[in-house]
Design a binder for this molecule. Sequence first.
Ligand SMILES: Nc1ncnc2c1ncn2[C@@H]1O[C@H](COP(=O)(O)OP(=O)(O)O)[C@@H](O)[C@H]1O
Ligand SMILES: [Mg+2]
Length: 208
Amino acid sequence: MTAIFITATGADVGTTFVVAALVRHLRQVGRPVDAIKPIANGYDPAQAASSETGVLVSALGLPFTPESIERVSPWRFRAALPPDLAARHEGRSIDVDEVIAYCRTEIGKRRGVLLIDGIGGVMAPLDDRRTTLDVMMALRLPLILVTGSYASAVSHSLTALDSLFRRDMNVLATIVSETPGSNVGFDDVVASIGRFATPVIGLPRWRT
Ligand SMILES: Nc1ncnc2c1ncn2[C@@H]1O[C@H](COP(=O)(O)OP(=O)(O)O)[C@@H](O)[C@H]1O
Ligand SMILES: [Mg+2]
């Protein structure tokens, strides 16, 4: 039983979608699973159910209460901006040591798999000095990198992987979540990343 940190090449590529899908899958096969997304930006309390935190609360099958929202995402900011700017927007700042401590507490409490939905891109600034990468380096969990299939996704993925490998981080897999309307073929992006790094998993756009 493990904890996995899910990072990304940037916002909106499908990280929370992947975490929610993994949560649902593990629940379906009867594995105990938990998920947190410690920092939620773009969080509108009036639209809590459709927020990324809400998506995780519902994937976990938790009651939709202030307590479950607070437990999944203790740091919530309204602005859909990078975390440091979203915090500054409301006169707040993020104490990165507290974020790391929160993750460690949740890692220690886990009964099964804990998935940590990781706060934007690999180097999303959290305060004036530190980025998501500093949280990943402090926790040293195995990682999953999520990217899209937009034109620059190959370069962004290889840059992200390079910065993780240089720090001896354990990257379990790269997941390519199909970007709608991309001018590059989905299979081509998956194959390109796969020529440089393995394993790569392609996640086609799921159509409802
Ligand atoms: N493979 C996919 N199939 C269908 N919808 C997806 C897929 N990946 C992402 N989405 C949708 O795209 C939007 C952005 O994804 P999200 O996971 O919230 O991005 P991120 O967490 O990277 O910011 C959400 O509405 C999500 O449901
Ligand atoms: Mg997300």
